[in-house]
Design a protein around this ligand. Sequence first.
Ligand code: NAD
Length: 492
Amino acid sequence: MAETYQLFIDGAWRASSTGETLSAVNPFNQEVWAQVPSAGGADVDAAVAAARRAYETTWRRTTGLERATLLNRLADLLEADAERMGLLETTDNGKVIRETRPQMVYAARVFRFFAGYADKIYGSVIPLDQRGMLDMALREPYGVIAAITAWNSPIALMANKVPAALAAGNCVVIKPSEHASVTTLEFCRLVEKAGFPPGVVNVVTGDARVGKALVASPGVDKVSFTGSPAVGREIAAMAGRNLRPVTLELGGKSANIVFADADIDKAVVGALAGIFGATGQTCVAGSRLMVQRPVYEQMVDRLAARAEKIVLGDPRDPATEMGTAANEPQFRRILDFIEGAKTEGARLVAGGGAARDGDLAKGFFIKPTIFADVRNDMRVAQEEIFGPVLSIIPFDEEAEAVEMGNASQYGLAAGVWTRDISRAMRMIHAMRTGVVWVNTYRVVAAQAPFGGIKDSGFGRERGEQGLLEFTTVKNVMIDFSDEARDPFAIKT
Ligand code: NAD
C-alpha cells in the first residue's frame, strides 16, 4: 500500500490545509508508491512562523557546541539509515542505488563537516584610526532560511544547505521538488530522533505554488535555491521585491576538454562519469565533450562502444549502471532533444532514443546517447538537457577549446584532461566557471566550495564559503576612552 506522508511543521506531523496530495511515481515502473501532501499558503505561513519562533526562543540562544552535538547526532542517524534512505530515493527518482546509498553517507559527511564549524564561527577584531575605540565584526545568523531543492538528488542538495544554515544558527523551511519529496520528509524522522527543538527544521511539500509562497513570505530572511535558471530568475526577482538575499545553484552545460596529451584511459572514464553518471541528470554533467583532433576518433569510438554496453535496469539492483529519467516530463524532454540533435545534423554514434527492451519498457529509460561532430552553436550543445546525451565537439588549438568552452550562457563546471602542467594552469585561469576539474570529473567534497557564475547562479555551497552564506555581519564599535568628543564633527 502506498504510504501517505504528512507535512513536518513545528516538530509535528500534520495533514496539509488543502487536504490534497501528490502521487509519488516510481519512474522504473510508473507505479504510484507514496502520497505526499500538497501544502497550502496556511501551511507555508505556519512553517515560517514555527521557524521564526524556534529561532527567537531557542535556536539563536544555543551554543555552537549544542548545535554541533545535534548535527553530529543527525549525521550518525543518516549514515546508519543510508541503505533504507538510498532505496527510498532510488524509488522516488530512479537514480541507481550505486549512487544514492553513498550519497546518503556523503550527506552525513557534510553534516559532520558543518557540525565542526558550529563552535568556530569567528568574527574579527578590527583596529581603527580612532584611539580608544574597539571594533568587532560579528558573524550572525540571518534567522529563517527557505531552502528549495530540485528532484535529482533531494538529500544531497538539502545537505548542501541545511547543515550550514543550522550550524550558523538559522532555522529552516525546506521545500523539496514535487517530483521527489519522500526522502526529505523521511529525513525529518531523523531530525525528530536526533532531538532538535520543534520548528528548527520544517518541511513543506507541493509544487511551484508552495515554493512561490515561501519565497514571497516576509518572514523568510534568506532564500537558498537549487534548480533551473528559469525558476532561479523568478526567485531572484521575487526575493528582490522583498529585499532578501538569495543563493542560486542553477544549471550547466559544462565543457569537458580532452587534450591529445591526456591519459586517454582516464579521460574515457571521466567522460562517461561526466555524462552517464546519474543518467546525466546532474547540474555538473560534462555534456559538451571537446576533444583535440589527434585523439578525436579514438575517443568517439571508445565512448560509443562503452555507451552501448552500459547496463540499464532496475535502479535498486547494484549491478545497474544507469537508471531512468526521473519523471515523465523529463523523459519526454530528453527524447525531444535527441530528435532535435538528429535534425540539426549531429552524427549519432550511440543510443538515440528510449530503451524499450523487456522490462525497460515500463520505465522512463533512455539509451546512453552520443552525438559526434557537434558544433558548439547547435542547440544540443547550448541547452541544458539534464539527461544521458553527450555532444562531442572536435578542436585543434588550445585557444579554440577555451573560446568554445566559454561560449555558453552557463558557467558551472569545466573538466580539463592533460599531462602538461602549464597547459592545465592556463586552462584553470581561462575557464569562466565556478569549478574546474583537472584529470578528474564530477568529484564533490564537503570541504570544497561549489557553485557557478553567469546563468549557473551565484553564491557557494559547501566549504567555509558555504557556511558564510548563511551568516550576516554585525559591526560593533565600542568607545572606551574618556575623551569628550565634538558632537558636530565627523567622528574620526
Ligand atoms: P525547477 O527549477 O523546475 O524546480 C526546483 C524547485 O523549485 C522545485 O522544488 C520546484 O517546485 C520549485 N519551484 C518551481 N517554480 C518555483 C517558483 N516560481 N518559486 C519558488 N519555487 C519554485 O528545477 P528541477 O526541474 O527540479 O531541477 C532541474 C534543474 O536543477 C536543472 O536546471 C539543474 O541543472 C538544476 N540543478 C542545479 C544544481 C546545482 O547545484 N547547481 C544541482 C542540481 C540541479
